[in-house]
Unconditional design. Sequence first.
Length: 332
Amino acid sequence: MRENRLSGLEGGVALTRHPYPYRERRTVTVVAPIGSRLFRRLATGGGNSHCLAVAGRDTRSGMFQIHRVPSLDLPELAPYRTMRRPVDHVARRIFIAEGLKVVRRLLESDFEVVSVVLLEQWLPDFEPLLAARKNLPVYIVPRAQLEQLVGFHMFQGALAVGRFPPPRAIQDILVEIPRPWLVVALENLASAENLGVITRNCAAFGVHALIAGETCSSPYMRRSVRNSMGGIFKLPIIESPSLFAALHELRSLGVRCIAADGAAKNLTLAHVDLRGDTCIVLGSEGHGLSDTIRGACDEVVSIPMANRVDSLNVGNAAAVFLYEAARQRGSM
């Protein structure tokens, strides 16, 4: 391999060009600054060759790999081709982050990132975060190819595959956090969008853990991750095989479980004390909480409303409860 290095390239990238297979098999590695004419020429397959680019601040550490995509059939791109089959992703313990802010927040987090797909125009903005990830594959795809890959219109052109964090027990999470604890538990939430909104609210109002019961969709579904706006990367998530057992465990730890239910007549949010260790339990909009889960809680509380409105969207109800808890605790 012949190598040519350019001097004075603070934060440059190393790019490797591979000619077509039927031409002379010779690889030339060039170091060029992001955004330079040479970088653009190589990263876009300049000349008449396919381009595989390897990039990083230092070729000995913190390296990420930029791949010019010659075919959408690459096995590494399979998670992006199957974005409409999120159940398959959940079974493989991977998820899709979609959009500039969500992908950026994933890269800023401690989550494992499997790969990134970007339009070329976003590469300079993401370079510092990509450089901090060792051996991370980054695929540069033109917009038309990207939309063909995922099967729908892409507004921003930034995607990433992340991996679920290892599961943790609720007690292991809480013992690391100063009291008073604030937890949210969910039952029967099928809407990934609502799950994402609740996750974002939890991150915004300082919730210490979110428990999704066995009848909920996964909080790591693509639309849930997108609607959380990256809040899911700041919040411990517990996907419980038994919400009833999880609430029993919380109560054994001294956590008071509060069922949010519009049918409650005796106690409203304005009159409940949320300053101690608390778990707010929310159900689906259509059916609310089951009798079993409601019975597992210490109190049933409603939000007072005017004009005979009997319920709010569950994401809005979560925000109201969590704001009141944060206000009472002096964090607002």
